[in-house]
Design a binder for this molecule. Structure first.
Ligand code: GLN
Length: 449
């Protein structure tokens, strides 16, 4: 099998399903040419000739990058994100750009300007979000791996909803250069795949220091796949009692408990702990993430790139109309919330307080990880919900993130691994590790797979 054949086959697979699935915003029509070059050069990269799908908030030189927003509907980047350069150097084929919630704000892919992605398990349900397109592309068998981003759960929640593996690395493990910013203190690129091995391989390729991103770590990147190990003997697992959130589907709890029992049988210890501030995590996250978003999204003004309003009389109208027409409702909601939380009269009561509670929460997580190797619990409270079910109820949608937000606030590596079914839909077990202990997270997931 040549890279060209595999790429052509992948494109055919994608095209045969796209009408129903809508996992991609743009399919890379140059992919077969790229694969041909790999065949000719015979590059022996770690991912030579492997098609990988890329979330459409990661910029790609010469391929339209939209962040699923009308405001970037025609944005053609003139450079590629560092993660993509690394993938390309390893021989991977960028097969196309996957659908997401607009600017990665959402949990269902329903806020995309390009229509909702469907869950391949049941087309009447959401694939989760915001990396819903990447998750659906992997779960439907289009690609072995996809890149996503995770600011408050956007890799783990869709991974759980689609019955696949997904990992958000430690904050700073992967460069954010060329990743369209949502909330810069929380955003991280990660990987989704059916098999743990494939995400381990891809993460080793994309991780590492980057001069373009001063928050990226200088720490050496391990070979996660070569070091995979199923031995759970003596591993100490903490289960926060607050992760057993009210309203959690009983089959989700049942499956998570079964997974924890399996770890015990493998020789791990499992103990209950408490994270008392978890009850404030959703409020803290939505104040901080929206504040950062309101600042990051100032750059979309209709002047430099993207959508530009027509028939404007002056520069103010140009700004106002371009933004009013270009952003969707959820993005506007976040910009208003964030602008308010950062305003002179509200800063102390909202932004500053949220930043302080974040620190308290980080300390609670750090304390638990002094005594334990891993924190575990459900990835989500329910399996994938129906399309349309929560779209008019932002608070219900936000509460959906309660179990995934903690790892982002504390910058910790965290994954979701398939753990049974509820209502015939997949359930995810969440595994959170110590800073830069991605290997421990991979190993625990690998042991369960
Ligand atoms: N659902 C969360 C939000 O809407 C998380 C999104 C994400 O991780 N990008 O903000």
């Amino acid at each position: 099998l040549t890279a060209q054949d595999l790429t052509q086959q992948t494109l055919d697979d994608i095209n045969a399903k796209e009408d129903k699935l809508n996992a991609f915003i743009t399919v890379n029509d140059k992919a077969v040419d790229d694969a041909k070059k790999i065949d000719e050069k015979g590059i022996n990269g770690r991912l030579s000739g492997i098609p990988i799908a890329i979330k459409d908030n990661i910029v790609t030189n010469g391929i339209k990058t939209t962040a699923a927003s009308k405001i970037l509907y025609n944005f053609m980047p003139v450079y590629s994100a560092t993660v993509l350069e690394k993938l390309e150097n390893a021989g991977a084929i960028d097969i196309g750009k996957t659908n997401l919630d607009e600017f990665a704000m959402g949990s269902s892919t329903e806020t995309s300007h390009f229509g909702t992605t469907k869950n391949p398990w049941d087309f009447s349900r959401v694939p989760g979000g915001s990396s819903g397109g990447s998750a659906a592309a992997v779960a439907s068998g289009d690609v072995v791996a996809a890149l996503g981003t995770d600011t408050g759960g956007s890799i783990r929640q869709p991974a759980a909803f689609n019955g696949i593996f997904g990992i958000k690395p430690t904050y700073g493990r992967v460069s954010r250069w060329g990743v369209i910013a949502f909330a810069s203190s929380l955003d991280q690129v990660g990987v989704m795949s059916k098999r743990v091995e494939d995400s381990a391989e891809v993460l080793s390729v994309i991780a590492g220091h980057d001069d373009h991103d001063s928050t990226s770590s200088e720490k050496e990147v391990p070979d996660y796949r070569a070091n995979l190990n199923k031995d759970m003997t003596g591993v100490k697992i903490a289960v926060p009692k607050e992760f057993y959130h009210e309203g959690t589907h009983p089959d989700v709890l049942d499956n998570v408990n079964k997974a924890l029992d399996a770890y015990k049988k493998m020789g791990a210890t499992v103990e209950e702990v408490s994270l008392p501030s978890l009850k404030h995590a959703v409020e803290v996250y939505y104040i901080l993430a929206s504040s950062e978003a309101s600042s990051n999204l100032q750059r979309y003004d209709g002047v430099r790139y993207g959508y530009r309003a027509k028939d404007v009389k002056n520069i103010k109208d140009l700004f106002v109309n371009s933004r009013s027409e270009g952003f969707g409702d959820e993005v506007k909601r976040r910009i208003m919330l964030g602008t308010f939380a950062l305003s002179a009269g509200a800063y102390d009561a909202y932004f500053k307080k949220a930043a302080q509670v974040r620190t308290i929460f980080i300390n609670e997580m750090t304390d638990v990880l002094k005594d334990y190797d891993l924190i575990m619990g459900p990835s989500t409270t329910t399996p994938a919900f129906k399309i349309g079910e929560k779209v008019d109820d932002p608070l219900a949608m936000y509460m959906n993130d309660i179990l995934t937000i903690p790892a982002n606030l504390a910058g910790l590596p965290a994954a979701s691994v398939p753990a049974g079914l509820a209502d015939g839909m997949p359930v995810g077990l969440q595994i959170i590790g110590k800073p830069f202990a991605e290997q421990d997270v991979f190993n625990a997931a690998y042991a369960l797979q």
